[in-house]
Design a protein around this ligand. Structure first.
Ligand SMILES: [Zn+2]
Ligand SMILES: [Zn+2]
Length: 247
């Protein structure tokens, strides 16, 4: 079989209508050994080592609470002014090209192997931190029905597996559908998600690890953390595959 020819068709590099072509080939599934980005030989991983080495990384000096870039790794002005409800955050990558395409391929191209790949690498980054329970940021049931899966839940599943921790899929629910945060001005994002989540469990004295695919302003994660703390959580840490940072 000519793997090279077929694998090139699976590249998600930006070409005209790349997502359309990617979607068309979903039924063919990703060939083992073809890099999602360049289509070249990647061994048995999703992205070949040279492409992975080129992915945008997080800066060294970060706010420990929200992972915004700061000069010396001190707490950022935003967190000092309005203390987030989550206590710490971890981000695997800066949200930039081509990480945006990789996450797009997961969410809209149904490339579930991406969630596994991100979760595996995020789990390594999180070691040796200790958590009691892992929760993927829940989708509203309507959106879950449309998409067929919850990308954050899929990333959380792999992390829970690798860290040998319980994954809680039921206690935190999204009870109100909200307009996508990306369509709103920054100030309205917090208001948009206020009251969108409900918790059905007592998390007294527990350290929760909350997982999402992308953190932009952190408004949604902050609202989830607020609800988890209302239900007793003593600590809420947040881990995301990618963090959007100001340039
Ligand atoms: Zn590659
Ligand atoms: Zn901060």
């Amino acid at each position: 079989m000519d793997y090279r020819g077929r694998s090139e068709q699976l590249s998600i590099l930006p070409q005209p209508h790349w997502l359309v072509r990617l979607g068309r080939r979903l039924s063919a599934r990703l060939l083992p050994g073809s890099c999602l980005l360049c289509g070249g030989d990647s061994g048995n991983t999703l992205i070949c080592p040279p492409c992975e080495a080129d992915l945008p990384v997080m800066p060294d000096a970060l706010c420990p609470q929200c992972s915004a870039q700061t000069t010396h790794g001190e707490r950022c002005g935003s967190c000092l002014k309005n203390k987030p409800n989550f206590d710490r955050s971890f981000a695997l990558h800066r949200y930039d090209f081509p990480v945006d395409r990789i996450i797009h391929a997961l969410k809209y191209g149904h490339q579930l192997a991406v969630a596994d790949w991100l979760g595996q690498r995020l789990a390594k980054k999180l070691l040796p931190q200790a958590f009691d329970t892992i929760i993927g940021l829940p989708l509203h049931p309507e959106r879950l029905h449309e998409r067929g899966f919850n990308q954050s839940g899929e990333i959380a599943r792999r992390i829970a597996h690798d860290l040998h921790l319980p994954l809680d899929r039921d206690s935190l629910i999204r009870s109100r559908a909200t307009p996508p945060q990306a369509e709103l001005p920054l100030k309205e994002r917090q208001r948009n998600v206020r009251g969108a989540f409900e918790c059905r469990c007592d998390f007294s004295a527990r350290h929760i690890l909350l997982i999402d695919d992308v953190m932009t302003t952190g408004a949604t994660l902050n609202e989830c953390a607020r609800v988890l703390k209302l239900h007793g959580a003593s600590l809420v840490s947040v881990a995301v595959a990618a963090r959007a940072l100001k340039h």
